[in-house]
Design a protein around this ligand. Structure first.
Ligand code: PRP
Length: 187
């Protein structure tokens, strides 16, 4: 899926990701001792994390999806967001865990938490596979973080660039490929 101008460098292997997800699942099981938990994944990127995290948990979990569009497609957000798909059910009185693939500027989750809080869940927390704290422009309280990563553009495990790369099992840095040598050495 790479073209001549881009290259992928593995940042987190599938094994590292799965091991960390098992730890997060066990920790969440311990922190929520009784009753069902509502896992809300933000479309589209968090679907892969939701699928693995929910199966790493031994407790009863219900899942739902919410769509948020951030204006400005490319490698950064414009800072404006809107709801594009709402939840199927009420979360009033529920223990809600928002499942996100990456927290970058914080614009998406800052907005979403504001929306969800108004629906009176019993508890409301965030679990994010990846966190880029150096990029934050809006405050977000992330209860569970898989990995803190540097400010590099990452793809894979749900994360895309122009809708490509989501189905990679590793998380990779999308880099500009070095230019081809003018006179390649003989093979
Ligand atoms: C990505 C990611 C988060 C959001 C994080 O979603 O999945 O939802 O950006 O960025 P922020 O912290 O700067 O708001 P995107 O809007 O690319 O949609 P997608 O999941 O469908 O790719």
């Amino acid at each position: 899926m790479t073209d001549s101008k881009t290259a992928l460098r593995v940042l987190l292997t599938a094994q590292q990701i799965q091991a960390r997800i098992r730890e997060l699942g066990a920790q969440i099981d311990r922190d929520y001792p009784g009753g069902p938990i509502y896992l809300i994944a933000i479309l589209k990127g968090a679907c892969f994390f939701l699928a693995d995290l929910s199966r790493a948990m031994k407790r009863q979990a219900r899942i739902d999806f919410i769509g948020i569009s951030s204006y400005g497609k490319g490698k950064s957000t414009s800072g404006e967001v809107k709801l594009t798909k709402d939840l199927d059910s009420s979360i009033e009185g529920a223990d809600v865990l928002v499942v996100e693939d990456i927290v970058d500027s914080g614009v998406t989750l800052n907005y979403l938490m504001h929306v969800l809080r108004q629906r009176r869940p019993r508890s409301l927390r965030i679990v994010a596979l990846l966190d880029k704290p150096s990029r934050r422009i809006r405050p977000v309280d992330v209860a569970y973080v898989g990995f803190q990563i540097p400010d590099e553009f990452v793809v894979g495990f749900g994360l895309d660039y122009a809708e490509d790369y989501r189905n990679l099992s590793d998380v990779c840095v999308l880099e500009e490929a070095p230019p081809a040598p003018a006179n390649p050495p003989p093979r």
